[in-house]
Design a protein around this ligand. Structure first.
Ligand code: AMP
Ligand code: MG
Length: 506
């Protein structure tokens, strides 16, 4: 690591670029395309401070020049990362960063390593005819949703900066261009392993394996075999992550293998959205015609993607191919039970239930019956869960808000509430402790789709960032009781939800 020079633009902390240095076969050195006339959309000062960057300095024109790709900060060694991917089930051997660049890695004050990367910084050798650009709307969507996920306590990449480029990006209509700066525990994807596996030499694959273990799972270095141990660790992180998504009604929208990380962070916010009325079949993405990535399919798709990771790892699992397949298959077959454990834990948190001495099957059935009620009566997922703690606070009679949410289903709700409160009674806890716990996991506000759209439209079409700023401030405090009953909690009008579609923004 070199000393920082005062006159060269820098982040205020040195880069240490292990990926570019140790895995040259999996990336291509490349430079960002400078934005012609950049201006700030938003700088995430709080995140900059968390990372130990010089936030004051970066909030200036110097930061703007860096995040617009005009001046590469000292110590950065930008590379486009190579990866493959199964997109909607079909394999593309060569995807890679077609509009992204990894600038390098920085260490925060706790010594944790973070990638700093651009999205929308121009074409690369992986662009496959694309322009390498991003538009203001999708960039601000990633900013909003990633910040919301972080505030909800769900592992995610973060957004450090969003700048407008001053350029027009040609999509179905001309749109203002933008560049996003993203931070991540790493950008290593299932697709990175798929790419390494297609290189035909086990050396590249092995280097990647040991790199990931050093970076994310150092305790697995001595495991036998390490490839299987890593698969198990990634399965656990993904099962946990998807259970958290399901808990808040998040729909990723493009769970392709290139959009699934080894670190267990949510990545690549494209046509993602939060479900309103609870319905497992919910799909928002305009390109997901078959509903492959519908809300209720996400746990199964995660397993499918993990099976692709297992396939890529096979040469490192065992020297005998049949034995390798048997070992990897046994691991992947354990996924449904693994996921169910995480899902039950998530549902228990949402219902205020503790696991001690409890009957797993009975708790799962209780929770699933509530989900079925939500589906049957088209109850808003977020309000339907947040409303439950109100029942406990009132001790006697269903609160009017929950009754109203269920409409004609209120009569069906009562027997379920009796079962649930009887089950809670077995815990012998003061109800206040239960409600406090529930209110810390069941958000009052999520980024409502109509609010997100309103904010992106104002920013993109009129250059007005105020709706974005207002919404951001709200979703950064998702559990705050101050929002209860406010307009921020309201679902979109039904006619808007019925035709709501999200786009990849590519
Ligand atoms: P995504 O749907 O954003 O996960 O991207 C899938 C693949 O398409 C990745 O390899 C991207 O780098 C590439 N890609 C998406 N948009 C563009 C673009 N505008 N120009 C070049 N490549 C792109
Ligand atoms: Mg992607």
């Amino acid at each position: 690591m070199e000393n920082l020079q005062v006159n060269t633009p820098h982040l205020g902390t040195p880069f240490d670029n292990t990926y570019a240095r140790e895995l040259p076969g999996l990336c291509v050195p490349w430079q960002p395309r400078p934005a012609p006339q950049p201006h700030w959309l938003r700088f995430n000062e709080a995140l900059a401070r968390e990372l130990g960057l010089d936030a004051d300095r970066l909030a200036s024109d110097e930061g703007l020049a860096i995040f617009a790709g005009q001046r590469v900060p000292q110590g950065a060694e930008p590379v486009a990362q190579a990866y493959s991917g199964h997109q909607f089930g079909g394999f593309s051997p060569r995807l890679g960063d077609g509009r992204a660049l990894l600038l390098g890695e920085v260490l925060d004050q706790q010594g944790r390593r973070h990638d700093v990367a651009f999205k929308g910084s121009g074409a690369t050798p992986f662009s496959r005819g694309g322009d390498g650009k991003a538009a203001v709307g999708p960039v601000l969507r990633e900013y909003l949703i990633s910040e919301a996920m972080h505030a909800l306590g769900i592992p995610t990449t973060r957004t450090l900066a969003a700048v407008a480029t001053g350029e027009v990006v040609r999509r179905q209509t001309p749109l203002p261009g933008a560049v996003l700066t993203r931070t991540a525990a790493s950008h290593i994807r299932v697709g990175t392993f798929q790419y390494a596996a297609t290189q035909g030499d086990s050396d590249t694959l092995e280097r990647l394996l040991y790199y990931v273990i050093r970076r994310h799972d150092p305790e697995l270095a001595e495991a036998d075999p390490p490839a299987l141990a890593l698969l198990r660790a990634v399965m656990d992180r993904q099962a946990s992550l998807v259970a958290r998504w399901m808990g808040v009604g998040f729909i990723h929208g493009v769970m392709n293998t290139d959009n699934m990380t080894l670190s267990g962070e949510t990545i690549d916010y494209g046509p993602c959205a939060f479900m309103e009325a609870h319905d497992p079949d919910t799909v928002f993405s305009s390109i997901d015609h078959q509903g492959r990535y519908a809300y209720g399919n996400q746990p199964g798709i995660a397993q499918w993607n993990l099976a692709r990771l297992a396939e890529a790892l096979l040469p490192l699992v065992h020297t005998d191919p049949d034995e390798a397949v048997a070992l990897a298959t046994a691991e992947i077959n354990a996924y449904p039970a693994l996921y169910e454990r995480h899902w039950l834990a998530e549902l228990r948190r949402k219902l205020g239930l503790t696991a001690q001495g409890a009957d797993d099957a009975a708790d799962l059935a209780l929770a699933h019956d509530y989900l079925q009620l939500l589906t049957r009566w088209r109850v808003d997922h977020t309000l339907g869960f947040r409303g439950l703690s109100e029942v406990l606070r009132r001790s006697g009679g269903t609160p009017p808000t929950l009754t109203a949410l269920f409409g004609d289903g209120a009569a069906a709700l009562h027997p379920w509430l009796d079962r649930w409160t009887a089950r809670l009674g077995l815990q012998g806890e003061p109800m206040q402790a239960v409600t406090e716990r529930m209110d810390a996991v069941n958000p009052v506000v999520i980024p409502r789709n109509h609010r997100v759209e309103e904010a992106l439209e104002a920013a993109s079409e009129a250059g007005d960032l105020q709706p974005f700023e207002r919404l951001l401030a709200v979703i950064q405090r998702p559990f705050d009781a101050a929002w209860v009953g406010s307009a921020w909690t309201e679902p979109a009008p039904p006619e808007q939800t019925a035709c709501y579609q999200t786009f990849c923004g590519t």
